[in-house]
Write a protein that binds this ligand. Structure first.
Ligand code: PEP
Ligand code: MN
Length: 337
């Protein structure tokens, strides 16, 4: 339920409504706007709630939250969420760029690419230390050693570290090194993991499951928000369809659609979304044109010899060109890069 308070509602009236909402078995979230305060009552929307809330002093009106995802819904607030950690700001006028290799391979590799990417305008450094691989025989990542290498690259550049966490019991470890915890597509519906990253309070990049609907995607975000962690970014990374000319199908209508339904920022991953290096720049351009708040791009100095996802990984030279083209598109849609 959304309890809209009158513009002149007093602090006592707002406090009273908060405790009244709690007494009804719901969780209050107070949103203080410039004109008036709105209190979201989060929980199951059941009959009788409007009647229980509307007579409260200072209450102007009570509306149901129609979406099943309550905290993620744009019905709650017209203000857009901006996720900010170190120099990485996602959701503002500037389109954020997170770039780096699929996997952290060595300290030398990650520091070298980080320095290059920083100079080319990235504000986040990606790199997997715990890798979700389709085959158990493929490289699984350097794990804690990889996290340490990422921390060294951050010390060298100041870039915010974005790295995947695959299991709830690893969240404290990964959170010690990372600035942003990435939830991979294969784990989008791992609810215990979502709750654990919610509890960590760290910024989270939530990737869309490859067969998840938008409603399921937003309900996964809801699990994180419901633990009191508002720092959530949504990432469209492509879905599985009958189509096989690309690794996944990258639906960009998702970007404006998510921005309509939710206040959370939207990042696009054209690397996993296409699986082909030559398609990354065109789809990055299209993502910016569609209004993406950020991009996440796989970049490696020697993609042919990358330990994972080389075929969808671009070189620093290609990344530099991509940035220049995307900057022009950003301007055309009233953004910067
Ligand atoms: C990745 O970012 O390297 C990754 C494994 O992505 P996804 O979970 O989207 O497949
Ligand atoms: Mn990858």
């Amino acid at each position: 339920m959304i309890v809209v308070m009158k513009p002149d509602a007093t602090a006592e009236q707002i406090d009273h409504m908060e405790s009244h909402i709690r007494s009804l078995g719901m969780s209050p979230q107070v949103l203080r706007g410039t004109q008036r305060t709105v209190i979201a009552a989060i929980g199951e929307e059941r009959d009788g709630l409007v009647e229980a809330l509307e007579p409260g002093e200072g209450v102007e009106r009570v509306l149901p939250i129609l979406a099943p995802y309550k905290r993620a819904s744009s019905e709650l607030t017209s203000e857009r969420t901006v996720v900010s950690t170190r120099g990485l700001v996602v959701g503002g006028v500037k389109v954020a760029v997170i770039a780096g290799p699929c996997s952290v391979e060595s300290e030398e590799q990650i520091v070298s690419i980080a320095v290059i990417l920083k100079a080319l305008g990235a504000t986040g450094l990606r790199g997997g230390a715990f890798k979700p691989r389709t085959s158990p025989y493929s490289f699984q990542g350097h794990k804690e050693d990889g996290l340490k290498m990422l921390a060294t690259a951050r010390d060298a550049t100041g870039l915010a570290i974005v790295t995947e966490v695959m299991a709830p019991e690893h969240v404290p470890l990964v959170a010690r090194y990372a600035d942003v915890l990435q939830i991979g597509a294969r784990n989008m519906q791992n609810y215990q993991l979502l709750q654990a990253v919610g509890d960590s309070g760290k910024a989270v990049l939530l990737k869309r499951g490859m067969s998840a609907t938008i409603e399921e995607f937003l309900l996964a975000a809801e699990y994180i928000l419901d633990r009191g962690n508002p720092h959530v970014m949504l990432c469209e990374r492509g879905i599985r369809t009958f189509e096989d000319h690309t690794r996944f199908t990258l639906p960009l209508a998702t970007v404006p659609y998510l921005q309509e339904k939710s206040h959370l920022p939207v990042v696009v991953d054209p690397s996993h979304g296409t699986g082909k290096a030559r398609l990354v720049t065109p789809m990055a351009k299209a993502s910016v044109a569609a209004g993406a708040d950020g991009l996440i791009i796989e970049v490696h100095e020697d993609p042919e010899h990358a330990m994972s996802d080389g075929s969808q990984t671009i070189t620093p030279a290609a990344f530099s060109q991509m940035m220049a083209m995307c900057q022009r598109i950003a301007e055309a849609v009233d953004r910067t890069m």
